[in-house]
Design a protein around this ligand. Structure first.
Ligand SMILES: Nc1ncnc2c1ncn2[C@@H]1O[C@H](COP(=O)(O)OP(=O)(O)OP(=O)(O)O)[C@@H](O)[C@H]1O
Ligand SMILES: [Mg+2]
Length: 284
């Protein structure tokens, strides 16, 4: 099993190395990076390239580790117990009918090897990663209600993404292989854009990329635009048929690039950018 990137996803050499290292070590790959740098998509693409189904578990602030294993649906059981027909009585008797399998359980018991994505683990509370240590390490867990041990038939290829909103515990980190997706340099970005917009006019692309990196490199920006935002912006530029000249226009009235709302997401950043454009003009 070797991941080589795909026709829809541009993987740098070190990213490919990391994916393959995690597979070799049989450890989860912990992927960090700015929002929109392709962390979630990486799991989708690796699964596709390795021809495995991908099971996704999207973490929210309220998600508990137990939900990934299983949940006991006591409410349904109570409701069924109030029905008098034979089928319901029969069903209520067996607690297994009310054990709802979570994503991890599904991944463990799947017939064929699967990939498993635990997306945005940093959204959950601080105990969440610790609560999954054993499950991810030993690939097994115990169901107390039915007294059964669920063990993985095949070890899933596990991806865990984080946006760094919370620190992850050391014990958890020890069990992962780590990779930080660096913000793509201009060359890589060009490849990513090519994947999404084959045949984009070079002049427009050049001008747009220059503006994009100028915006990103503004000191003091609250939120830097990322890969996915550049792609959105390019899509709009193409849809609106914006000529490349507009992006580096000398017209005094055009202060900020068109459709800048795709790149800058708060008013302070827009103001900052306007100031810079203003200053540059006066330096000329
Ligand atoms: N290396 C890449 N190759 C191709 N497309 C990419 C790449 N990186 C990012 N993209 C584009 O950016 C979009 C966003 O990627 P994705 O959703 O995986 O980001 P993310 O890192 O998971 O972001 P978040 O942290 O906000 O969840 C993708 O849908 C894809 O179009
Ligand atoms: Mg994501």
């Amino acid at each position: 099993m070797k991941f080589q990137g795909s026709d829809q996803y541009v993987a740098t050499q070190d990213l490919m190395l990391a994916v393959n290292a995690a597979i070799t070590l049989k450890r989860p790959l912990l992927v960090k990076g700015e929002p929109g740098t392709g962390k979630t998509m990486l799991a989708e693409e690796v699964a596709r390239a390795l021809n495995m189904p991908l099971l996704q578990w999207h973490i929210k602030s309220t998600t508990k580790a137990q939900q990934g294993l299983y949940e006991y649906d006591a409410v349904s059981r109570l409701r069924d117990s109030q029905l008098a027909d034979d089928a319901s009585v029969e069903k209520v008797r067996d607690i297994r009918n009310y054990i709802v399998r979570g994503t991890l359980w599904q991944a463990f018991t799947s017939e064929q090897p699967v990939a498993l994505l635990i997306d945005e683990i940093d959204k959950a509370d601080i105990e969440f990663p610790n609560d999954l240590l054993r499950e991810l390490d030993r690939m097994e867990f115990y169901v107390y209600e039915t007294r059964e041990l669920v063990r993985a038939r095949h070890r899933p290829v596990v991806f865990i993404t984080s946006n760094n909103e919370k620190e992850l515990p050391d014990a958890f980190l020890r069990r992962c292989f780590f990779h930080y997706i660096k913000f793509p340099d201009a060359d890589t970005m060009q490849k990513i854009v090519d994947v999404h917009f084959p045949g984009l006019k070079q002049e427009l692309l050049g001008a747009a990329m220059k503006t994009f990196y100028d915006v990103r490199n503004l000191p003091g920006l609250k939120k830097k635009p990322s890969t996915s935002e550049l792609l959105d912006w390019l899509k709009l530029l193409v849809a609106e048929d914006i000529p490349p000249e507009v992006l580096h226009s000398k017209d005094e009235k055009v202060s900020v690039p068109p459709l800048v709302g795709a790149l800058l997401k708060n008013e302070q950043d827009v103001t900052l950018f306007e100031k810079l454009v203003f200053m540059q003009r006066h330096n000329r």
